[in-house]
Design a protein around this ligand. Structure first.
Ligand SMILES: [Zn+2]
Ligand SMILES: [Zn+2]
Length: 370
């Protein structure tokens, strides 16, 4: 059965292998290691990163393909980044098995846990909760919106890290300073407290183990630009099986493994900087240098379930995505500008009133501290 191809990655680098019927071993064309094809793939395989990083870039998208449905014979079009979808006529799952499309096949997936009806309800509540949204939005969006269930590719990384750093710890003190003020037309000296930070050198080492660091690997979905869900329950990842794809679309990665790893390194550095600040302690921290050693880096490719919603409002297209596990909604919100203007004027009015009251009581002029 051709489905097996999706389950036969190289045991060293994770590349999808094409094996000959009857052969018992196969050399990986990417890393050269010999694979025993009788060994079944482990549950949610994770692979060593370094042998997998070399080789040609995979950022070019495959062309649109035509495949015919094995059940009803109808012809279906696979958009460039799509590798699985349902037949328009009989709903059979169509999977494009061409291993030349991409070097790595998904190893794991989180099945959809939020059904379309629940996702629609979340979306409706989200639209209602928007402060500055036009009042007619919830109604009109509900009428037109169509949800599309998509399995989106994500790189999933594990790594150990150790980081040496140099920086400074700042301790803040409150000091009293003499300030000249005008009061009732007369100048007089009063005490004012001021914050002063003293900096001392700090250096040290922090260590962190990263597990299941996710990098969105699609690259081609407008809906997901600048969007991140707050969490994914990666502990529930299941080994990939084509059955899960029934009724949904599944996509190939457009961001290749080296690009995904670069994004992961940036994300890890952000977390490590937080660890360093915590390690430095004090009231404020400065980081001058940091040097991170990574080892035991592993990766796998997974598919995560996302509901996509595109709607038009006031002649513009808006994109909203809903986490297919948690129901979290992320998206663009149309704004009713008159509501924003009224709110801004209200705030400005309050600030102006506060300034008038403060200004009336005293005129302030700062002098050098004594
Ligand atoms: Zn290999
Ligand atoms: Zn069909």
């Amino acid at each position: 059965m051709a489905d097996d191809l999706l389950h036969k990655p190289c045991q060293t680098c994770g590349a999808t292998l094409n094996y000959e019927p009857g052969a018992t071993t196969l050399d990986c064309p990417y890393c050269g290691s010999q694979n025993d094809i009788a060994v079944p793939a482990a549950a949610l395989a994770r692979f060593e990163l370094s042998p997998a990083l070399g080789g040609a870039s995979e950022t070019d998208l495959p062309p649109e393909r035509h495949i015919s449905c094995p059940s009803c014979g109808a012809e279906a079009i696979m958009a460039p980044q799509v590798f699985a979808r349902s037949c328009d006529f009989c709903e059979t799952v169509l999977i494009d098995q061409d291993t030349k499309l991409r070097r790595f096949a998904p190893q794991g997936l989180l099945p959809f846990g939020v059904e379309e009806g629940q996702a629609r309800e979340r979306l409706r509540r989200w639209l209602r909760s928007l402060w500055f949204a036009p009042s007619s939005l919830a109604r009109s969006a509900r009428a037109k919106q169509r949800l599309r269930g998509v399995y989106v590719p994500y790189w999933c990384f594990d790594a150990m890290t150790k980081t040496d750093y140099r920086g400074e710890r700042g301790t803040t003190h409150t000091v009293s300073r003499r300030v000249q003020v005008m009061k009732g037309g007369k100048s007089q000296w009063v005490s004012r407290s001021q914050q002063v930070t003293r900096w001392r050198p700090a250096s040290g080492q922090v260590a962190r183990r990263f597990r299941d660091l996710l990098v969105q690997a699609d690259g081609g979905l407008k809906e997901l630009e600048d969007r991140r869900f707050s969490s994914w329950d990666t502990d529930a990842l299941e080994p990939f099986a084509p059955d899960y794809l029934a009724g949904y679309e599944a996509r190939l990665y457009g961001l290749d493994l080296p690009q995904g790893w670069q994004a992961a390194l940036r994300a890890m550095e952000g977390v490590i900087r937080g660890d360093i600040r915590h390690d430095i302690g004090g009231d404020k921290q400065r980081i001058h240098t940091l040097n991170t050693h990574h080892w035991d880096e592993r990766f796998t490719l997974v598919l995560l379930p996302i509901w996509m919603s595109d709607y038009r409002f006031g002649g513009k297209d808006y994109h909203v995505v809903i986490n297919g596990r948690t129901g979290e909604v992320r998206g663009q919100r149309p704004v009713a500008w008159w509501k924003v203007v009224v709110a801004a004027l209200l705030v400005l009015g309050l600030v102006a009133a506060a300034l008038l009251i403060a200004g009336a009581s005293e005129g302030v002029s700062l002098t050098p501290p004594i």
